[in-house]
Design a protein. Structure first.
Length: 322
């Protein structure tokens, strides 16, 4: 009997329940994937606590990788036994799942399923942030929060490859070493650090060109103070809780800032964008810009994995192994 992990009610990790499940037959245009690895991300936490509501009971998890086990009608590009990965649609916390064929991306031999499962969502998120939200190039200065996390590490490496200067924030000296090893030019350590003053000092008083804030809470307001005039802030999450209401007057005209709230789920729902971006992600994995999973858990340990992620006890990305 296969296993799945269901969210039975909004709340803490105790609302995740392991249950038996049966394989389903794919409809036209679908595949059935047997997971070899499933990614764990903050969006899973947001869905669990109700920030991103879902009909219940729900199977969380928006990325994974595995083997095609069954092929529905009208699917010409896949066959049983193909290794594939995907991101951008819930339902991954299960041994098997149905998936629209267009979401499935064939994996080359040199990319492991574990690396793909740990990388596709953050790779797409970084791709969106560095290409769509604010295309960056040589000479740009970025502020990236949580520089030792999966997304922070990817953003740092990718931005450095493009010739940018990267300032990161981390919560501890140990995480500072991780950020430094991944190429960060400047690292601000400690949850109580005066981020605004430090960034201004590091940029000779001007502020960064672009700030990426996945922390939320009151940190978002501090992030606004780290950006130069006519700079851009992308709010990508709220690990510290809901972000405060930001008035138009806080953005301009004096500061002349642009604030965006981009969604990787919306980005991944654009089929043309998804096809191109996932190929760039595969290239980035191959080139070492995106690294594999930092922590592995059994599928039945999904609650522990979410708890560790939420508490900041991990670095890098997390995967579940069915």
């Amino acid at each position: 009997m296969d296993k799945k992990v269901e969210l039975i009610a909004v709340g803490g990790i105790d609302k995740l329940r392991v249950a038996d499940c049966f394989s389903q037959q794919p409809a036209a245009g679908e595949l059935r994937i047997r997971h070899q690895a499933v990614g764990v991300n903050f969006i899973d936490v947001y869905q669990r606590i109700g920030l991103y509501p879902m009909p219940l009971p729900a199977i969380l998890g928006v990325e994974g990788a595995g083997i095609v086990e069954a092929v529905g009608a009208d699917v010409a590009d896949f066959q049983i036994g193909d290794r594939v990965a995907y991101a951008g649609t819930p339902g991954a916390y299960a041994a098997t799942r149905l998936l629209p064929a267009w979401r499935s991306v064939k994996l080359p031999e040199d990319i492991s399923t574990e690396a793909a499962a740990a990388s596709f969502l953050r790779g797409l998120t970084a791709h969106m942030l560095l290409n769509r939200s604010h295309p960056i190039g040589n000479g740009a200065t970025l502020l990236v929060h949580a520089g030792a996390g999966g997304l922070g590490t990817t953003l740092t490496r990718w931005a450095k490859r493009r010739g940018c200067t990267v300032i990161t924030t981390v919560g501890s000296a140990e995480k500072a070493e991780v950020a430094r090893a991944n190429g960060a030019d400047h690292i601000i350590v400690g949850r109580e650090a005066d981020i605004v003053s430090e960034v201004r000092r590091l940029t000779d008083g001007s502020g960064v060109d672009y700030a990426i804030d996945g922390i939320g809470g009151e940190t978002l307001r501090k992030t606004l103070g780290c950006v130069r005039k006519f700079g851009i802030v992308a709010s990508t999450g709220q690990a510290a809780g809901p972000s405060p209401l930001i008035s138009v007057e806080e953005l301009g005209p004096v500061r002349s800032l642009t604030l965006s709230r981009p969604s990787v789920m919306a980005y991944a729902a654009e089929q043309g964008t998804y096809r191109l971006a996932t190929q760039d992600v595969i290239t980035a994995i191959r080139e070492g810009i995106i690294s594999g999973a930092g922590h592995q858990y059994a599928l039945t340990e999904a609650a522990q994995a979410q708890g560790d992620l939420e508490a900041g006890r991990t670095t890098g990305s997390l995967i579940l192994i069915p």
